[in-house]
Design a protein around this ligand. Structure first.
Ligand code: HEC
Length: 179
């Protein structure tokens, strides 16, 4: 009986060494994780030049439609991205940065005015299509932000606006000399 108690209070040298080793491994993994979170990024998180630019500049867009874009699309499709805390922590940060990078490559609402009318019209069609097919906002994003899911009203409003804006661009384009 007394022998067992002694064994417990004085752990053998082997057990002690294994405990320290495990602690070293855990802390070096944590350190590597921290460094990766801070150093390895697909996209910078700091404010971009266009962060203050209005969305869809130059478009004729009613506030109710602009609100839908501002609520549901700007985190990935503009330079007004709001980065949640977990977007700073690898490897989640890499997944989110990848979505934002690819999202902006397809459609950057902060640089709308830099596109020519033909490109704008193509994107308007693409917007209507992804909304009609309920492909956007991305489903994995809706898991974190269920409140940004578009209602039927939102969808109809955006789709009708894309049609009106395409017509407007076609008619304003016809008065300009062909490029
Ligand atoms: C979580 C990020 C995210 C959100 C939020 C988001 N998108 Fe996207 N979007 C993407 C990514 C990533 C792609 C590129 C998809 C691909 O490469 O397959 C994309 C592609 C697109 C495209 C291009 C499709 C094509 O055929 O070229 C359109 C248009 C679009 N999104 C519209 C929207 C609209 C409108 C909203 C808001 C209602 C929205 N997206 C919300 C990430 C997002």
């Amino acid at each position: 009986m007394s022998k067992t108690v002694t064994n417990h209070s004085f752990p053998g040298p082997t057990r002690l060494k294994r405990g320290v080793g495990a602690r070293f491994t855990v802390s070096s993994l944590l350190l590597a994780w921290l460094l990766a979170s801070v150093l390895v990024h697909r996209l910078p998180h700091e404010a971009l030049d266009r962060a203050g630019a209005p969305l869809l500049l130059g478009a004729d867009i009613p506030p109710s439609v602009a609100d839908v874009f501002a609520r549901a699309c700007i985190n990935c499709h503009s330079e007004k991205t709001r980065w949640p805390w977990y977007s700073h922590v690898a490897p989640v940060s890499w997944l989110i940065e990848n979505d934002v990078k690819r999202g902006r490559e397809h459609l950057n609402l902060s640089r709308w005015e830099s596109l020519d009318a033909t490109k704008q019209r193509l994107l308007l069609t693409a917007i209507a299509t992804v909304i009609e097919n309920r492909e956007m906002p991305l489903h994995r994003y809706l898991v974190f932000y269920p409140e940004v899911k578009l209602s039927t009203d939102d969808s109809v409003r955006v789709i009708e606006w894309t049609q009106a804006e395409r017509r407007r661009l076609r008619f304003s384009g016809s008065r300009l000399p062909a490029k």
